[in-house]
Design a protein around this ligand. Structure first.
Ligand code: FDM
Length: 226
């Protein structure tokens, strides 16, 4: 197991409504894969540590107002800035880059808590045209596996309650759930997030191991929605 030769890492995305368990499950997946000897990192979007991410964070905390199109494009820009910069042709600089494509090609598996599907589902739930929402995501790296943690919005709302962030409201989450359904494709694996945590974890582990192995064998890294 672990890394072999030039094999690449897998891009694994967790999606789902707020309180569906993505963050708990992704942080449990990390030590599991590490324990098996796979190089792995846990990422999340939005990445609030960049300049763009700070703007997003302030918007989510209701500390700033932006129109729906602008915030949509900022979320997308936040993924593009983490994809790969492509500016540094100098080989010596390659090693310094901690960006998505470089990581995957060097054999590191990335577990990503939210990705373009959140971007499209949350913005189209506000009424923006879904094709318009997908457009800026086109050409980003396509995940090898999307684990969708499926939970009825009412159940999610019961779980420890929502915090104070902008989107944590039942009526809105119901619309998001509808939009997520439209986005399902062949890379999706839907997991019943109402099952006990250990059962959800077991299903996730199985799918992930399968996916990591397929990527090691040379599954092509492709692009989203082109
Ligand atoms: N969100 C997240 C979006 O609206 N668009 C995006 O592209 C992404 C990645 O931001 F309500 C929303 C989803 C969620 C909020 O996410 C912050 P976290 O997982 O709670 O940090």
């Amino acid at each position: 197991n672990g890394q072999c030769g030039n094999s690449r890492g897998a891009l694994i995305v967790l999606e789902g409504l707020d309180r569906s368990g993505k963050t708990s499950q992704s942080s449990r997946l990390l030590p599991y894969l590490e324990g098996l000897g796979f190089p792995v990192e846990l990422w999340r979007f939005p990445d609030r540590n960049t300049c763009v991410g700070e703007m997003i964070s302030s918007y989510l905390a209701n500390k700033s107002q932006l129109d729906d199109q602008t915030i949509h494009l900022l979320f997308s820009a936040n993924r593009w800035e983490k994809r790969d910069c492509g500016h540094y042709k100098d080989k010596n600089r390659l090693a310094e880059r901690s960006l998505m494509e470089t990581k995957l090609r060097s054999g590191t598996t990335l577990i990503v808590d939210r990705y373009s599907y959140s971007g499209v589902a949350f913005s189209s739930a506000k009424g923006l045209d879904i094709e318009w929402c997908k457009a800026p995501e086109m050409g980003l790296l396509a995940p090898d596996l999307v684990l969708y943690l499926d939970i009825p919005p009412e159940k999610a709302a019961e779980r420890g309650g929502y915090g104070s962030e902008r989107y944590e409201q039942l009526e809105f989450q119901k619309k998001v759930a509808e939009c997520y359904k439209i986005l399902q494709d062949a890379t999706w694996k839907t997991v019943d997030a109402c099952l006990p945590m250990e059962d959800v974890e077991r299903q996730i582990r199985e799918s992930v191991l399968d996916c990591v192995t397929t990527c090691q064998k040379g599954r092509t890294l492709s692009k989203l929605w082109l």
